[in-house]
Design a protein around this ligand. Structure first.
Ligand SMILES: [Zn+2]
Ligand SMILES: [Zn+2]
Length: 143
């Protein structure tokens, strides 16, 4: 898989590595892996789908980090006697964040009591103003 770490992901991992909160390497490794899974759930992924004929259900492989990654893998395999297509797998973390909140994640409000998506905030001129949820005390979208 061609995988490019993002700045916010690197920052989270460095935060764990430098925290000094873990007594053993195993505890730190566990925390890193759990955090990685959480971070990866915030990404969209791509699946490579193969079918032998039209009307047949596809057999899916993935995840791939990008459409290019999935497509080039499909090209390497040739048609395998059928055809490949590429399907986007939308982020489950973003989906859940959109219906509840997701503090600390990119594109979600960093107000300590908010954490709702940017689009949930009302426009104030050209900027995002207060959160549109009535129960939320957020006065301004914080990046
Ligand atoms: Zn809010
Ligand atoms: Zn907010």
């Amino acid at each position: 898989m061609r995988f490019t770490p993002r700045a916010e992901e690197v920052k989270r991992v460095v935060g764990i590595l430098e925290s000094g909160d873990y007594d053993t390497p195993e505890q730190m490794a566990k925390a890193l892996l759990k955090d990685m899974a959480d971070l990866m759930a915030m990404r969209d992924w791509v699946a490579l789908s193969h079918r032998f004929s039209k009307g047949q259900l596809g057999l899916n492989w993935g995840p791939f980090a990008s459409v290019i990654d999935a497509t080039s893998t499909g090209e390497k395999l040739g048609g395998l006697g059928g055809e490949f297509s590429v399907v986007t797998l939308n982020s489950t973390g973003r989906l859940l964040g959109n219906v509840s909140s997701r503090k600390g994640a990119k594109d979600f409000c960093q107000h300590p009591d908010c954490g709702h998506a940017g689009w949930a905030h009302l426009m104030d001129g050209s900027a995002r103003g207060r959160c549109g949820l009535e129960v939320c005390p957020c006065d301004k979208f914080r990046k």
